[in-house]
Design a protein around this ligand. Sequence first.
Ligand SMILES: CCCCCCCCCCCC(=O)SCCNC(=O)CCNC(=O)[C@H](O)C(C)(C)COP(=O)(O)OP(=O)(O)OC[C@H]1O[C@@H](n2cnc3c(N)ncnc32)[C@H](O)[C@@H]1OP(=O)(O)O
Length: 217
Amino acid sequence: MLRSYSRLFQRYPTIFTLTRLPTARLQTCHFSISSTCPTEGLRDFGLPNATWGPNLRNLYDKFLDLTNTGLWRRIPSHNTTVNHLEGIGKRMFLRNIDEDGVGFEYCMFYNKAESRMVCLFQPGPYLEGPPGYAHGGSIATIIDSTAGAGAVYTCGSVMTANLNINYLKPIPLGCTLLVDSYVEKIEGRKVYSRCHIQSHDALILHTEAMALYIKLG
Ligand SMILES: CCCCCCCCCCCC(=O)SCCNC(=O)CCNC(=O)[C@H](O)C(C)(C)COP(=O)(O)OP(=O)(O)OC[C@H]1O[C@@H](n2cnc3c(N)ncnc32)[C@H](O)[C@@H]1OP(=O)(O)O
């Protein structure tokens, strides 16, 4: 199985790479989270836009303040992990709608000391499942993406092997949520993460999850 993924990486070496070192050649691309990726001119979707509600904006400002402590960093968000490879028209699942605010509206912050990734998330109307509420698949997506990004920032390239979710309270569309994940333990190639989703004011626990990621390469 691993061999087949090695082939995948040879073909699309940056699929699971957050950024690519500018000096790295395509065939020998390192899985790196260097901030030196050539992203100038690319839109950063993790920045506030007009569709952000006041709760999302307030949470964003709080976490942005935390970046001044040096413990947290804001994670830039482009619409594809291979955006620097010209001619490849792939789009990240979470950024596959051009209009702002209607799908996954989010930004992430990472705390290295705590192996913790948080995502400030405002589910838009196109994520509807039950009338007025977020689809469970969209909730799984934001959990996997947040905890998965946390695993990548902590350990390098990973694939999700298992995702176990308890849906506790429905999530109204348009609300602001805090998706909070951390790497709990690492055993060999296995990376165990925990994640929960709470309302912006921490009064409602919407979702709890455990994830297993397998380190690659
Ligand atoms: C802002 C940033 C954006 C970018 C941030 C990007 C965020 C990424 C988040 C999204 C990620 C995805 O959607 S990933 C897409 C969804 N996932 C997939 O499609 C994965 C499909 N499955 C696979 O490809 C494979 O099963 C792998 C790669 C997971 C594992 O295969 P392998 O590499 O051959 O490894 P294998 O030997 O089988 O397993 C290694 C060890 O893990 C254990 N193991 C493997 N699977 C399981 C399992 N389900 N449950 C328990 N244990 C397991 C094995 O027992 C073994 O333990 P031991 O013997 O060592 O003890």
